[in-house]
Design a protein. Structure first.
Length: 198
């Protein structure tokens, strides 16, 4: 593993254009020029529309709070612990809070293939995309079979090396005492110069 470790509290908070929340951008790739991948954590404090991202595929998961209702063509209600929702970033749905503010995880992929999955504690995750990551809602231990890394809560680990050894995350007692998902697997494969996804 060759890991970037990004602590969410060290990422600058940026207000939304509509004033309904704050976003902490944890990772963009490539780091210069137009991004193809963006991973962020949002704090939604009020009802309002999402920003439109044409040409972008989005994944969205509620980390904390009662949840949200999204006015997509097929309306969606998402609560902490639910499977992440994938949708077209151009949709820009209205978002209604179910019962107070929420904290949410976002992955956006442009010109490539992404994924976001809930971690099943102790179960190996076979990495199949070119880049891989883990976002922790609870502290715990990540291992690839040869190395263990102790990780604090609300941390993004990101690996751009081609190693495909399975990752396993074992959370601490946080996951046993709350209804939240302990962590999320993240992945991305960019398009090649000829437009194909390797």
């Amino acid at each position: 593993m060759t890991l970037q470790i990004i602590h969410t509290h060290e990422c600058a908070s940026q207000p939304w254009r509509n004033g309904g929340g704050q976003t902490r951008e944890m990772l963009v790739w490539p780091p210069k020029g137009d991004w193809q991948l963006r991973i962020s954590r949002a704090d939604i404090a009020a009802d309002g529309p999402f920003s439109a991202f044409p040409g972008v595929q989005r994944w969205f998961a509620v980390l904390q709070g009662a949840g949200v209702a999204l006015a997509l063509p097929v309306p969606q209600i998402l609560r902490a612990g639910d499977v992440p929702l994938e949708f077209d970033g151009a949709a820009a749905p209205d978002c209604s809070l179910l019962d107070g503010p929420t904290q949410d995880l976002n992955l956006m992929a442009r010109q490539g293939r992404g994924c976001m999955q809930i971690v099943i504690a102790g179960q190996p995750w076979q990495r199949t995309l070119a880049m891989h990551g883990l976002y922790t809602a609870c502290a715990g231990i990540l291992t690839d079979g040869t190395r263990e890394v102790q990780i604090s809560a609300h941390t993004l680990l990101w690996d751009e090396t081609p190693d495909t050894a399975p990752w396993t995350f074992t959370p601490d007692t946080c996951a046993e005492t709350t209804h939240i998902a302990p962590a999320y697997w993240l992945g991305f494969t960019p398009h090649t110069s000829d437009g194909a996804t390797p």
